[in-house]
Design a protein around this ligand. Structure first.
Ligand code: SAH
Ligand code: SF4
Ligand code: F3S
Length: 483
C-alpha cells in the first residue's frame, strides 16, 4: 500500500548518514506513513509507552514519546485503548520479566480486535538473546523489537516497520556511540532526568545491568550543560542527573573531569533550583564530592548510597570493592560534612552463601547508618552473571524470613527518621494534585520526602514554604506558611 512513499535510488542517496540528522529524516518519513495509516483507520491513531524499571528507562521513554509525538501520534494514557503500545522493559530481577510476559499475553488478545494496532518491545530485557528467541516463537504478534544501544534509531526502525509491514528486530551487542539532540517529551514540565553517562563497568557479581546496558560512556560536559540550560529556559527547576555510577563520571572522556567538577558547573546555571543525582557507588564517592555537596545551595540534601550487604565477606563476593567498615566510615564523613543529609540505600537479601551472621552484619549497618529509607530486594538469579553460577543459593523460606526481619527494621527506622522534621518549615516543590483528595497538593522536600498540603493545580511546579504539621510515617501533612 505504501509504494508511493518508497524511495527511488536518488532519494536513497539523499538519506543523511550523520546523526541526529538521519533520525529527523526518518521522522518525516514515518510521518507520511502515519498519515496514511490514520486515513485508513478513519481516526487519529494513539500511542502508549509503558515503562518498567529504573529512571534510565523512564528517561528513555521520554525520548520515545518525543519521537512519536513528532510523527503525529497522540498520547493515550490507557494502554488497552492505544493503537501503538511500546513496552520499555527491565530485567534487573526475574519478577520484572514475568510482569512483561503476563501483560503481553493480554495485549495480544487486544490486538486481535484492533487491526490498526502495533506493539513494540525495547529496553534491557531485549538485550538477552533467550528473551528475543522466546518472543519470536511464542509472541509472534509483536511488530518491532529493539534494544538499549540502538534506541536512538527508533524513528528509523519504526519507518522500516511501516514500510515493510513485517516484524522488525534489531538488537546490538554494544555501542560506543552517544547521539545528542534527539527530540524528547518530558513527563513533568518542572523537573527532568538528564543522562550524564550510560552503561556500567562495575560488574557486581549479581547484576545484569553491565551486560544489557554495555560499557560505561560519559557525555561531554558541554552537552550536559547545554541540555540543562535549555531545560531551565523551558521551565525546569529541578534536574536528576542519571547514571549507574555517577561518581565515576568523566573518567573516560578525552578531557577527563570529575563528577564533583560537573556539579560545580551545573550549580552555576541560572534558573535551576534543585540538583539531584543517582546512583552513587560507595567505592568511587570522593571527598571532593562531599565538599561540593556541603557547599552547594542547589544540590538536594539527599544521597542514595546503595550498600547491598553489611557483610565484608559477602561484599567481596558481590565484587562491590568496599568493606563494611569503609562504608560506615564514608557514611559518617558525609553526615559530618552535611549534617541534615537524608541517606537512602538498596539492600539485597539472600545472596549466594549469605549466612545468618552475614545477615546480622547487614542489620547492624542499617541500625548504625539509620537510613531515611531503603529499597530491599530478594536476590534474583540472573543468567550469565557470576553469582548465578555460585554454589550455596539460599532456600526461599530462609530468604523470606530474613527479608521480613530486614523490612521491619528498615521501616521502624524510616518512620523515626521521617518524624524528625515535624514542626519545621521547609521549602517544598509542588508536584501534583493529590491522587485521593483534589483539595490537596503533593510536594517534595529537598530530602525527597513528600508532603500533602491544601492547594490547587495552579501551584504545580512552584516552590512554597510549608509548615510540616504531622508526620504520617513516610510522608507529612502540612500547610503553606503565609509570608
Ligand atoms: N547502579 C546502581 C543500581 C542499579 S540496579 C548501583 O550500583 O547502585 C538497582 C538495584 O537493584 C541495585 O542497587 C540492587 O540492590 C538491585 N539488584 C540488582 N541486581 C539484583 C539481583 N540480581 N537481585 C536482586 N536485586 C538486584
Ligand atoms: Fe549493577 Fe553494580 Fe553496575 Fe550498579 S554498579 S549497575 S549494581 S553492576
Ligand atoms: Fe532495569 Fe535496565 Fe534499569 S535492567 S533497573 S531498566 S538499567
Amino acid at each position: 500500500m505504501n509504494d508511493n512513499i518508497r524511495n527511488t535510488a536518488e532519494e536513497e542517496a539523499a538519506i543523511p548518514v550523520r546523526e541526529p540528522e538521519r533520525q529527523y529524516y526518518y521522522i518525516e518519513k514515518a510521518k507520511r506513513y502515519f498519515e496514511q495509516m490514520c486515513e485508513a483507520a478513519g481516526r487519529p491513531l494513539t500511542f502508549c509507552v509503558t515503562t518498567f524499571g529504573c529512571q534510565m528507562n523512564a528517561r528513555d521513554s521520554e525520548k520515545l514519546t518525543g519521537i512519536l509525538e513528532r510523527i503525529g501520534y497522540r498520547e493515550e494514557p490507557e494502554e488497552e485503548k492505544a493503537d501503538f503500545v511500546i513496552y520499555n522493559t527491565c530485567t534487573v530481577r526475574e519478577n520484572a520479566n514475568q510482569r512483561v510476559y503476563g501483560r503481553l499475553g493480554q495485549l495480544g488478545r487486544i490486538k486481535k480486535k484492533n487491526p490498526h494496532m502495533m506493539i513494540a518491545l525495547c529496553g534491557c530485557m531485549m538485550q538477552e538473546p533467550e528473551v528475543v528467541e522466546k518472543l519470536k516463537k511464542s509472541y509472534r504478534f509483536i511488530d518491532l523489537i529493539f534494544g538499549t544501544h540502538n534506541i536512538y534509531k527508533f524513528a528509523e526502525l519504526l519507518a522500516m516497520r511501516m514500510e515493510s509491514g513485517r516484524t522488525v528486530i534489531d538488537i546490538w551487542k554494544d555501542t560506543d556511540k552517544i547521539v545528542e539532540d534527539l527530540p524528547s517529551e518530558r513527563k513533568y514540565a518542572f523537573k527532568s532526568g538528564v543522562n550524564i553517562m550510560f552503561g556500567c563497568n562495575n560488574f557486581c557479581s549479581y547484576c545484569i545491568v553491565p551486560y544489557v546496558r554495555g560499557r560505561e560512556r560519559s557525555r561531554e560536559p558541554e552537552a550536559i550543560i547545554r541540555e540543562i540550560e535549555r531545560l531551565t529556559k523551558d521551565g525546569v527547576a529541578e534536574v536528576m542527573l542519571l547514571g549507574q555510577n555517577v561518581n565515576s563520571y568523566g573518567k573516560t572522556l578525552e578531557h577527563p573531569i570529575t563528577f564533583a567538577e560537573l556539579l560545580r558547573r551545573i550549580e552555576k546555571i541560572d534558573g535551576l533550583k534543585r540538583i539531584r543525582f543517582m546512583t552513587s557507588h560507595p567505592k568511587d564517592l570522593s571527598d571532593e564530592l562531599i565538599e561540593v555537596m556541603a557547599q552547594s545551595e542547589k544540590i538536594c540534601r539527599h544521597l542514595h548510597l546503595p550498600v547491598q550487604s553489611g557483610s565484608t565477606r559477602i561484599l567481596e563476593k558481590m565484587n562491590r570493592r568496599y568493606t563494611k567498615e569503609g562504608y560506615l566510615a564514608l557514611a559518617d564523613r558525609i553526615k559530618k560534612a552535611v549534617p541534615d543529609i537524608s541517606l537512602t540505600t538498596d539492600i539485597i537479601v539472600g545472596f549466594p552463601g549469605e549466612t545468618e551472621e552475614d545477615f546480622q552484619e547487614t542489620l547492624d549497618v542499617v541500625r548504625k547508618v539509620r537510613y531515611d529509607s531503603a529499597f530491599t530486594f530478594i536476590y534474583s538469579r540472573r543468567t550469565g552473571t557470576p553469582a548465578a553460577a555460585m554454589e550455596d543459593q539460599i532456600p526461599e523460606d530462609v530468604v523470606k524470613d530474613r527479608f521480613n526481619r530486614l523490612l521491619s527494621e528498615v521501616q521502624d527506622i524510616s518512620a523515626e527518621r521521617c518524624s524528625r522534621h515535624t514542626g519545621t518549615v521547609q521549602t517544598v516543590l509542588a508536584e501534583a494534585v493529590n491522587d485521593h483528595d483534589d483539595s490537596l497538593i503533593t510536594g517534595r522536600l529537598g530530602n525527597n520526602l513528600l508532603v500533602h498540603f491544601p492547594g490547587g493545580a495552579s501551584m504545580i511546579g512552584k516552590f512554597f514554604p510549608v509548615h510540616l504539621k504531622e508526620c504520617k510515617g513516610f510522608y507529612y501533612l502540612g500547610e503553606i506558611v503565609k509570608e
